[in-house]
Ligand binder design. Structure first.
Ligand code: CMP
Length: 176
């Protein structure tokens, strides 16, 4: 089970052996503080105060240290992640790494199709994340105007990049 899932369901504490920073905006966080944070995230720009309040109810904020594995290729995934601070590294293949920056998200593929994680994602620096569980994801899509379109555009880019890479690998192996 992914570390964030275990943090969310309480089966591990937030700070096991000092690997994870205390959660500054976790379960006890003030709703208003969370709303102020959400306002800084580009995909929530178009949200009204009411919509932000709904989003705040279904999101958790986690701080993780560099090196934390946030998603592991091949494992089931039940959360969608949005980076607020720091960078995360998507290990797409042994040769290919993609850096995700604040405002970018990951974990949407397993949430959308129910399949296993397509890549391993690791915190490249200390990272602050917004985490939304599968059961709340459809509420997020409803509450955030334009999010469905942003997801589709991002997925299209990821498919294009993957196909480009497969083509380059094919040409390299055939020498054409
Ligand atoms: P998911 O498969 O749920 O978990 C791993 C995540 O890595 C995946 O969702 C995407 O969010 C992300 N991911 C996979 N491939 C790429 C890629 N080529 N570029 C950027 N992110 C990716």
């Amino acid at each position: 089970m992914e570390i964030i899932t275990r943090m969310m369901d309480g089966s591990i504490s937030y700070d096991p052996e000092g690997r994870l920073e205390p959660v500054t905006s976790g379960p006890g966080a003030k709703q208003e503080d969370k709303i102020e944070r959400l306002k800084e995230v580009p995909i929530f720009e178009g949200c009204s105060q009411k919509q932000l309040r709904s989003v705040a109810k279904i999101t958790r904020v986690f701080d993780v240290v560099a090196g934390t594995v946030l998603a592991r290729a091949g494992e089931p995934g039940d959360e969608f992640f949005l980076i607020i601070d720091g960078t995360a590294r998507v290990e797409v293949s042994t040769e290919k790494r993609v850096l995700l920056r604040p405002g970018e998200f990951f974990g949407e593929m397993s949430i959308l199709d129910g399949g296993p994680r397509s890549a391993t994602v690791v915190a490249d620096t200390p990272v602050r994340l917004l985490v939304i569980s599968r059961r709340h994801f459809s509420m997020l899509l409803k509450d955030v105007p334009g999010l469905t379109q942003t997801l589709l555009v991002t997925l299209s880019n990821r498919v294009r990049q993957a196909e480009g890479r497969a083509e380059r690998l094919g040409s390299a192996s055939t020498g054409l």
